[in-house]
Design a protein around this ligand. Structure first.
Ligand code: DGY
Length: 328
């Protein structure tokens, strides 16, 4: 007997192996030209789909969820962050929401470490000058950055990615400090040789480098507010591979412009994809286009997680990566 294939609407182009597998397993409607969906397209999709396979670029608001037909049962997000989905509204309508945790941890930590190095050692500035023909020979005082070894790194959010970053940073000779809602287990703290700061303010004021690695929730919106950013030392470097909304980007840009901070390394922005124009002009702002999980391996693994979540739901079980409001 042929197995009934659920209607799965995929909102963005996914890696070929993921799309092929989805076509084999589901009645999958793909977005081959990758045109992002706005509210009208998403509304039309939730009126037909049993599963919406969306990504972090889709704003799946309460209005969209409330416009869904009764057949919509699962929102299977391709991405770990789910701050773009109104999970409470979905759950209120009996719609399950899933994400893709774990599989992009190592790649995100790699890129965060890369941003720390690029910002401290002025790597992008050096490359830009060299491409422009500006390298006229070595000099003792040109392109001086700051050494990593022996400095203090403060990690805001010691979840999977924060811990993976801590391991890498320790290998570079950085001492590890962190702020989290609660301390990590004694075993992890010992492994990482990490110092816990209950007070974020206290930690920020003492660090040479700060990395934001917590999720964006109502509680972490502008966690690094204008007041808190002012606590950073003028030689400090701030990196963010989590979510732009966690930092007051306007306040940060002003500080960087006034020389109140040494450098930033950003992969995410408060009003993505729009970036504060001040940042775009500053050579000490290393700016990446939200690419921390952009390896072919991560993106295929993320797709496989989406598929596992959908198949588990098809089989009548609870998908492994269910998210619930307030779980973070
Ligand atoms: C996520 O998954 O939330 C990342 O920001 C994008 O890969």
């Amino acid at each position: 007997m042929a197995v009934r294939k659920p209607k799965v609407i995929v909102t963005r182009k996914l890696p070929d192996p993921v799309e092929t597998r989805m076509r084999e397993l589901f009645d999958a409607e793909l977005n081959l030209d990758d045109t992002p969906m706005g509210p009208p397209e998403l509304t039309a999709a939730v009126q037909r789909a049993e599963v919406l396979a969306c990504t972090i670029t889709d704003r799946v608001t309460a209005d969209i969820i409330n416009a869904a037909g009764p057949q919509l049962k699962l929102i299977a997000n391709f991405g770990v962050g789910f701050d773009h989905i109104d999970v409470a509204a979905a759950n209120a309508r009996g719609i399950t929401v899933t994400n893709t945790p774990g599989v992009l941890t190592e790649d995100t930590a790699d890129l965060t470490m890369g941003l720390i190095m690029a910002a401290s050692r002025r790597m992008i500035e050096g490359s830009t000058v060299t491409h422009a023909g500006g390298f006229h020979g070595w000099t003792p005082t040109w392109m001086l950055g700051r050494r990593l070894s022996g400095k203090r790194l403060g990690i805001v959010g010691m979840g999977r990615i924060g811990q993976a970053l801590a391991k890498r940073a320790a290998a570079f000779g950085l001492s590890i400090h962190y702020h989290n809602r609660k301390p990590v287990s004694p075993r992890i703290a010992e492994d990482l040789q990490a110092t816990y700061w209950e007070s974020l303010d206290q930690m920020l004021a003492r660090m040479d480098i700060v990395s934001v690695n917590c999720p964006h929730t109502p509680g972490t919106y502008h966690l690094l507010s204008a007041r808190r950013l002012k606590l950073l030392q003028p030689h400090a470097i701030l990196v963010n591979t989590a979510r732009g909304e966690i930092i007051d980007e306007a306040a940060l840009s002003g500080m960087l412009e006034r020389g109140e901070l040494a450098a930033v390394g950003l992969d995410v922005y408060e009003h993505e994809p729009v970036i504060n124009p001040k940042l775009l002009k500053l050579p000490n702002a290393v700016l990446l286009p939200h690419m921390s999980s952009a390896t072919i391996e991560s993106r295929i693994d993320m797709g496989e997680k989406v598929i596992i979540n959908i198949r588990t739901w098809m089989d009548g079980h609870k998908p492994p990566d269910r998210v619930i409001p307030g779980m973070l």
